[in-house]
Design a protein around this ligand. Structure first.
Ligand code: HH2
Length: 335
């Protein structure tokens, strides 16, 4: 039988003597929820784990894109698209994209640039259109002296290659190298860090009645399998991060089941990224139909993720998220 270990993440200042740092970061744990497909969950103490299990859950994570993972990192979203669900059309003109990038560069640790919407129902964009939208903006940012890591949010190898050639330094693939058979090779030879996000099917079909046996464990197994594929293609584990893919082939209930137990993903031993900003479930629960007005709900979900040790948070509202993070950290530390 397979067991899944979910460290019960704490950020209380009263940390017991034997507690371990969660993934070497800002949270700690001294109990673990043991999950399986066959049995009811149970909670155990650290003494019930092997030394290897304790090590996996507590070891510091490798740097990602030259960023240390011992503090929460903010990835700012820049969609150079006419149709993204919350900022579509706002940054399609290169000058507007550059201005937004420079604005975000202030509080962001990574800029995530995309030229194709992957919202539910979105149609595929041609390689040439997607490249034309993204590569010139990346080049202009580098020419202007921007030093931040830039990730290219694409599922297409040719778009990624053009982005790396102009200055992108990270690959963010919402299909975890599934969509384009050439992608793993391109990422391996570019030597860049890679975010492997969980998704099913394509944006056109992913929300047509998605089903899981157990969404948390199914996404965990799928990400473990994609990590193995990436490693087999020559992308070393210390260049990989994972993302459960909130909203990608998931119902409201699926998203909430993932969010409640995100810390299980730490057992995969790599940094975890959470992207929930302005997504539909925030609108549903927060009673806000307009995506651009979902910043408060997005902050709440980002902080809930950070309280489970998520190392990277992908957001539209960079300055607001940075402020919320600073205050969360100060208020939980007590100084
Ligand atoms: N979500 C979106 C796009 N890329 N990448 C990662 N790693 N994680 C995510 O959750 C994620 C992602 C969708 O959001 P957005 O870019 O705002 O919208 P659109 O796809 O409509 O451009």
């Amino acid at each position: 039988m397979s067991y899944y270990l979910r460290p019960i993440s704490m950020s209380d200042p009263a940390r017991p003597a034997g507690a371990l740092a969660l993934a070497g970061g800002w949270c700690w744990f001294d109990r673990v929820e043991v999950l399986s497909r066959e049995e009811a969950p149970r909670i155990v103490g650290l003494g019930d784990l092997t030394a290897a299990e304790r090590g996996r859950l507590s070891a510091p994570r490798h740097d990602f894109g030259e960023l240390s993972m011992d503090t929460p990192r903010v990835m700012g979203i820049l969609n150079i698209t006419p149709d993204s669900f919350s900022d579509g059309g706002l940054f399609l003109r290169p000058e507007a994209a550059l201005m937004q990038a420079r604005r975000m560069a202030d509080g962001a640790d990574i800029l995530d640039i995309g030229g194709e919407s992957t919202r539910p129902g979105a149609a595929e964009v041609s390689v040439s259109d997607e490249t034309q939208r993204t590569a010139p903006v990346i080049a202009a940012l580098r020419e202007g002296g921007l030093a931040l890591p830039i990730s290219i949010d694409t599922r297409k190898a040719a778009v990624a290659e053009a982005a790396f050639a102009t200055g992108a330094t990270i690959l963010n693939d919402v299909t975890a190298l599934r969509f384009d058979p050439a992608m793993a090779g391109v990422a391996a030879s570019a030597g860049v860090p890679v975010v492997l996000m969980h998704s099913i099917e394509t944006p056109i079909t992913m929300q047509d009645d998605p089903r899981y046996e157990d969404v948390l464990l199914d996404v965990y197994d799928a990400l473990a399998a994609r990590l193995a594929v990436a490693e087999a293609a020559g992308i070393a584990r210390d260049r990989l991060a994972i993302d459960p893919g909130i909203g990608f082939g998931k119902t409201l209930e699926h998203n909430l089941a993932l969010l409640a137990r995100l810390s299980v993903f730490h057992d995969l031993g790599v940094p975890v990224l959470l992207g929930a900003s302005r997504k539909r479930f925030i609108g549903t629960i927060g009673a806000e139909a307009e995506a651009a007005r979902r910043m408060p709900g997005s902050l709440a979900v980002a902080l809930a993720g950070v309280a489970q040790g998520m190392q990277m948070i992908r957001v539209h509202d960079v300055a607001e998220t940075r402020q919320a993070l600073r205050l969360w950290q100060a208020a939980t530390r007590g100084y």
